[in-house]
Ligand binder design. Structure first.
Ligand SMILES: [Zn+2]
Length: 406
């Protein structure tokens, strides 16, 4: 059994570090506030009997030893950095839920076979330096330490210097060792759990993303003199393509999203027919096959509209992030544990990126989502109830215990 009140109190104490007048939190990665929150976590972890290590990317590992020190650790955690106008729960929840698992195991006098590491990943948010999930990307070997050390913030301060300044440039090499299982508890950051009235989401994966720049070329012409039936209006073509892309996304519902939100018209003059229109498509879905089918449907529709209207079309794929599938055995463990605890749960995908999406490349991984009020996140208004947080942590406790003893 976990102690929901204790968890909530720790949460509220952590939320005071970098608190904003509107009730949010500003703890930018590697800032003084980040240092203060890390120091508090380390203090709490040591009080709970953990040995704390820090790696060269500043990731913190608080270990509760297992009976067999040779077994790979079970890991759980998240991040303590926030957006500039962030909330109290994004990231901090996963770290404090991990800490509560350790405290509860201590209360219950339970030993586990494998050690348990509660992790704080460095710079998940990616809003101060250049990229999201820096710490977990270095840990999983997706980016090198030296590249990350050299990136700088808008004031020209480098990641490496700031990490040293706050005292978290550790000596341990980043990753490269086996991990038995990685669990991350997180607020959903979307509205689905709250709308369903269900406190726990068993996250089965995270959606992939494909982005495109489409350039449609017609002919400029005089807005007053060129008859309607003789025009090659690239913007009209793009307007029709926008509707077709939206329809394509609806065809594959319930999950996929396709967004056109950046359009450049040339010459962008109110009385010249648009000769060239460029626009972006951002499409996302958790299943690579459906993402491909959606891509085919969207681009096929654009091409046939272009053909019909006598327009040229050029398609450039600008980014491809494959969907992430979490570990079926760990997902089952989340479902079954919730079931045994009598906690209503549902399967869901993560619509946002998390450290867990990176860890999935090197370890069996699963996530546990809990609702947040009105689905609001990356916002000072971000809120969650003590009861929902406790329900998520209760499930985390069960799955960590199971993985550490299996
Ligand atoms: Zn987060």
């Amino acid at each position: 059994m976990i102690n929901g009140d204790r968890q909530w109190q720790s949460h509220m104490e952590m939320a005071r570090i970098g608190s904003t007048p509107a009730g949010g939190v500003c703890r930018l990665a590697l800032s003084d506030e980040d240092k203060e929150s890390r120091d508090l976590f380390v203090q709490w972890a040591e009080q709970a009997g953990c040995a704390v290590r820090v790696d060269r990317a500043g990731n913190i590992f608080a270990r509760r030893p297992g009976m067999d020190g040779n077994l790979p650790p079970v890991m759980t955690g998240s991040h303590l950095d926030t957006q500039p106008l962030g909330g109290r729960f994004d990231g901090a929840y996963g770290v404090l839920a991990g800490l509560e698992v350790i405290r509860s195991l201590n209360d219950d006098g339970l030993e586990t076979r494998a050690p348990i590491d509660v992790v704080v990943w460095t710079d998940e948010e990616g809003c101060r330096f250049t990229s999201k999930t820096m710490g977990s990307m270095v840990f999983t070997g997706m980016v090198s330490e030296s590249i990350v050390y050299d990136v700088s913030d808008p004031d020209g301060k480098t990641f490496g210097d700031e990490l040293k300044r706050i005292g978290y440039a550790g000596s341990e090499p980043c990753g490269g060792y086996p991990i038995k299982a990685y669990f991350e508890a997180h607020i959903e950051q979307g509205p689905l759990l709250e709308q369903a009235g269900i406190p726990v989401g068993a996250v089965i994966g995270a959606q992939g993303q494909r982005c495109f720049i489409i350039t449609v070329t017609g002919e400029e012409g005089h807005a007053g003199t060129l008859p309607m039936d003789q025009r090659k209006d690239s913007f009209l073509g793009v307007a029709r393509m926008t509707v077709a892309i939206n329809r394509a996304a609806f065809k594959f519902q319930p999950v996929p999203v396709a967004t056109i939100a950046h359009v450049q018209v040339r010459p962008n003059s109110r009385n010249t027919i648009a000769g060239e229109t460029k626009f972006t498509i951002d499409s996302r879905h958790p299943d690579a096959e459906i993402l491909s089918a959606l891509e085919e449907e969207m681009l096929g529709a654009c091409k046939s509209i272009a053909e019909e209207m006598g327009l040229a079309i050029d398609v450039e794929r600008t980014s491809v992030a494959p969907p992430v599938s979490f570990d079926p055995i760990l997902i089952d463990s989340v479902r079954n544990s919730a079931e045994k605890l009598g906690i209503p749960h549902m399967d869901m995908f993560s619509a946002a990126g998390h450290d867990a999406c990176k860890l999935a490349a090197v370890a069996p991984t699963a996530m546990i989502f809990v609702p947040c009020e009105n689905g609001i996140s990356h916002n000072e208004l971000e809120n969650a109830t003590p009861e929902d947080l406790a329900a998520g942590t209760e499930v985390l406790y069960a799955v960590v215990l199971e993985a550490a003893n299996s």
